[in-house]
Ligand binder design. Structure first.
Ligand code: SAM
Ligand code: SF4
Length: 477
């Protein structure tokens, strides 16, 4: 450790390990050290089949007509070792053109189903896969088709999730200009690491120099830039991880996002990292090391003015967080998802598009929306959802909970549980809201999993110690 603040960071990180042992003893953390990112509730991988009619029956657009819009472009140049997302690798132009044709038709089908002339965007995220894994010609085709069908006011945040390799060289610069010209104003770049040895081990399609250049090119064109990293990766040490965090800060992005490596998938798709662990378990840093890396990075980021303004997202200015993410996890606004595997949330129901390319194309060709799984939420699901996502990510506001569920938070079955969390130093309460304390925020996924109904608790009962914070004891059958 060279600097004083790095020493402080390492010391603070070590004290988190005592917290981990204590909370595990109270039944809250799984014994095997695994974690489950509570991104949706219930987890989208657990939805039963649903028909298009059941999905949209009785649905009316929100009064202001605004929706958050997600579009999925499922192509990547190659497959990263850690990635469990479903994507198609090395597809040719013909296949991508076919997908864009289907996507345009899906947009038209959805617009007709919702009975509107165009969609009106509250915020937009185009993700994948790698939605810039298209030629500039195809990218322009998509953007043109999209903006023809979506009303986008100048203040709308229009996000794109991108890979560094697609943003450099003449083609990359062409893509960036196209994105800017069609109104995209914020990019999330998957940098993952700034070490060539790690990037190679991850099978990334870029080296560290390309990652740096992609950030510089994007900032130069005036985009807000978010860069993403993975920690707890084979080959990482606390020292070399903090070097990367410091270099990331020096690139001066608007946002830095940190993901702990998830080795065991929680969806239907399985990344190669699981096989790496089977073959060489000693290569995967143990949970203690991963959590030390996380806390030390939080300290280093804080020392440079980057605060956790949404869970695992660090910005100097709160205004730079993703509005799409905030709307989805804190406001619980209606969100429409387009494309293979895309997720939608409509007032009191969730829908998931098919994961199969064949089914996706067949449905669209038959003039049907490609929704095949979903959940109409019960009041119990609705209350848990309205606690889990806002509490995990930012703040559980009493008025908002009541608006979304029709139930006063203090009269809900979960009021006593919030008090229990307060007694254990995991949440703070004011007249307006509940928020995670720094300790609660560090273990945010596990805190909110105490609100999961039994079938949705991510790990088996045998993986938790008995105790007052055991999710099975708190959520009886
Ligand atoms: C949907 S991925 C797509 C990003 C984009 N295609 C790219 O690779 O740059 C979004 C982010 O999730 C993170 N991620 C993906 N798989 C992960 C895993 N197994 N564990 C932790 N983070 C992961 C990565 O940081 C990645 O940038
Ligand atoms: S991390 Fe990104 S580029 Fe890599 S396989 Fe996953 S979606 Fe594709």
């Amino acid at each position: 450790m060279t600097n004083r603040y790095r020493q402080d960071a390492a010391a603070a990180a070590r004290s988190r390990l005592q917290d981990m042992a204590r909370l595990r003893g109270l039944g809250m953390l799984p014994k095997d050290g695994d974690f489950f990112p509570s991104v949706h509730y219930p987890s989208i991988t657990m939805y039963p089949p649903i028909s298009e009619e059941a999905m949209f029956g009785g649905y009316e657009m929100p009064a202001d007509g605004l929706v958050d819009i997600y579009v999925h472009i499922p192509f990547c140049r190659r497959r990263c070792v850690f990635c469990h997302y479903p994507s198609h690798y090395g597809a040719g132009d013909e296949e991508k053109d076919g997908y864009l044709t289907a996507l345009e038709k899906e947009m038209d089908l959805l617009i007709a189903r919702l009975g509107v002339r165009r969609l009106q965007a509250r915020s937009i995220l185009i993700g994948g896969g790698t939605p810039t894994d298209l030629s500039p010609l195809q990218l322009e085709r998509f953007l043109k088709a999209f903006v023809a069908r979506v009303e986008i006011s100048p203040k709308v945040q229009f996000n794109y999730d991108v890979d560094p390799g697609t943003l450099v060289g003449p083609e990359g610069e062409h893509r960036l200009r196209l994105l800017r010209d069609y109104g995209v104003n914020r990019l999330t770049i998957g940098v993952q690491s700034l070490r060539d040895d790690l990037l190679r081990a991850m099978n990334r399609d870029h080296d560290a120099a390309t990652a740096r250049l992609s950030v510089a090119n994007s900032l130069a064109l005036g985009f807000k830039v978010n860069i993403e990293f993975i920690f707890g990766y084979p080959g990482q040490t606390l020292e070399n991880w903090l070097d990367v965090v410091e270099e990331a800060i020096a690139l001066n992005p608007d946002e830095i996002q940190l993901y702990r490596l998830k080795v065991i998938p929680y969806g239907d798709q399985r990344g190669a990292i699981e096989r790496v662990r089977q073959l060489r378990p000693q290569d995967i840093p143990p949970v203690e090391e991963a959590l030390t890396m996380k806390q030390a990075a939080i300290e280093v980021l804080r020392a440079h003015g980057y605060l956790e303004n949404l869970r695992r997202v660090f910005t100097r200015d709160r205004a730079n967080i993703s509005k799409y993410a905030f709307n989805q996890c804190c406001m619980l606004f209606d969100q429409v998802g387009l494309g293979q595997t895309a997720f939608s949330s409509y007032r009191n129901r969730f829908a998931l598009n098919t994961q199969s390319f064949d089914e996706y194309y067949a449905r669209i060709a038959a003039g049907r929306l490609p929704v095949n799984r979903g959940l109409v939420r019960s009041l119990d699901d609705q209350m848990r959802w309205a606690i889990i996502l806002p509490l995990k990510n930012y703040s559980l506001r009493r008025r908002h909970f009541q608006k979304v569920t029709g139930v006063a938070l203090e009269a809900s079955p979960f009021a006593a549980r919030l008090q229990l969390l307060k007694e254990h130093g995991l949440v703070d309460e004011t007249a307006l809201e509940f928020r995670l304390t720094p300790l609660g925020a560090f273990f945010a996924d596990e805190v909110v999993e105490l609100f999961h109904a039994r079938p949705y608790i991510p790990f088996a009962a045998t993986n938790y110690e008995p105790g007052p914070l055991n999710p099975y004891e708190l959520n009886p059958a």
